[in-house]
Design a protein around this ligand. Structure first.
Ligand code: NAP
Length: 300
């Protein structure tokens, strides 16, 4: 089907929803946006990328595909609203950073047979929020996880995957609960660690030492703490909704740190070998321009 014939709805026009609208409209899809605040409605209307921008989610009835890009804690309410009025076949997906609870909410809420829900999560973002910070290339080169829960949705999954690929992302499939354990390890627990690195110095009682440390902090500290300056509401939601997995990941981290700390009392050669092993693994993860090049068992 021609892209322009596919009607796409986006609920929540912030960093992710706005970026999605920009890239999909650049690919000629017909995009309708649903904004939350009047100010975002006004900004979105001026962008000239939407067929229309509305404050009323019911205007999305008739869309072929709907992306929900609102904060995690509002998704359930959005599900209930969509479930109440959708009257034509529609693929609905979300972009929330957690997938287990979202899949559970969906299973409990979507009784409407017109709706095929496929949970999703683009592994892309920045530390900024809002439509002003959205940009067309946000998803270029990223992985976009889909967690289809029933095999009979194959046709809908194919349609959604094709649209997502047009954003420049690569679709990968995962179990929603495994997704949450993995993102706890690579995103949510590191967020806590990053916050902890800042607060370790901030709560120093020795004022001069604190000032000196912050004054000297260069690129290493910058890179290891970058995610601490993100969207605090989003950080809270991610950590709360995924708390169980985040705490398990933190336990694993503490164990790893404990072992690395103990390594300092081992013979020098052993310790250097361990450090080399870690450095080599890190080198395999990213290319020089910062893209994840790790394949492992996903080498296909
Ligand atoms: P954002 O920039 O703050 O955008 C959230 C949007 O949702 C805003 O446009 C906001 O409207 C709207 N909104 C707020 N409360 C709402 C409500 N009660 N009902 C309906 N809409 C509401 O945040 P974001 O980074 O795009 O995050 C959106 C989703 O993307 C979250 O589920 C998050 O987990 C997921 N995600 C984020 C990242 C990331 O790095 N940022 C990465 C992957 C996935 P106003 O503009 O009017 O305030």
């Amino acid at each position: 089907m021609q892209n322009s014939l596919l009607k796409i709805g986006i609920v929540g026009l912030g960093l992710i929803g706005g970026s999605l609208a920009k890239v999909l409209s650049s690919k000629n899809y017909t995009v309708t946006g649903v904004a939350y605040s009047d100010s975002t409605h006004e900004k979105a209307s001026k962008l000239n990328i939407f067929k229309s921008v509305s404050n009323n989610i019911e205007d999305l009835n008739g869309c072929n595909v709907i992306f929900i890009a609102t904060p995690i804690n509002t998704i359930n309410i959005t599900f209930q609203k969509l479930n109440s009025f959708i009257s034509r076949p529609c693929i609905i997906t979300d972009v929330a950073s957690i997938k287990g609870d979202v899949s559970d909410f969906a299973n409990k809420t979507f009784s409407n047979e017109m709706i095929s829900f496929i949970p999703g999560h683009p592994m892309a973002g920045t530390e900024h929020k809002g439509i002003d910070n959205s940009f067309e290339d946000l998803f270029k080169g990223c992985k976009w996880v889909l967690c289809p829960t029933s095999p009979e949705k194959k046709q809908q999954v194919d349609v959604l995957s094709q649209i997502i690929q047009e954003t420049g992302a690569t679709v990968i499939y995962a179990n929603p609960y495994q997704h949450d354990i993995a993102v706890a390890l690579i995103s949510h627990m590191p967020l806590l660690v990053s916050m902890g690195l800042i607060d370790t110095i901030n709560t120093q009682e020795d004022f001069v030492l604190k000032e000196l440390a912050f004054y000297l902090a260069a690129s290493g500290y910058r890179d290891t703490t970058r995610i601490a300056c993100g969207n605090s509401e989003l950080s809270y939601d991610m950590l709360k909704f995924n708390q169980k997995n985040v705490l398990k990941a933190l336990d694993m981290f503490e164990e790893a740190i404990h072992k690395i700390r103990a390594q300092l009392d081992m013979p020098k050669e052993d310790t250097i070998n361990k450090f080399d092993e870690i450095a080599n693994l890190r080198k395999q993860l990213y290319s020089k321009d910062g893209n994840n090049i790790y394949k492992g068992i996903f080498n296909f």
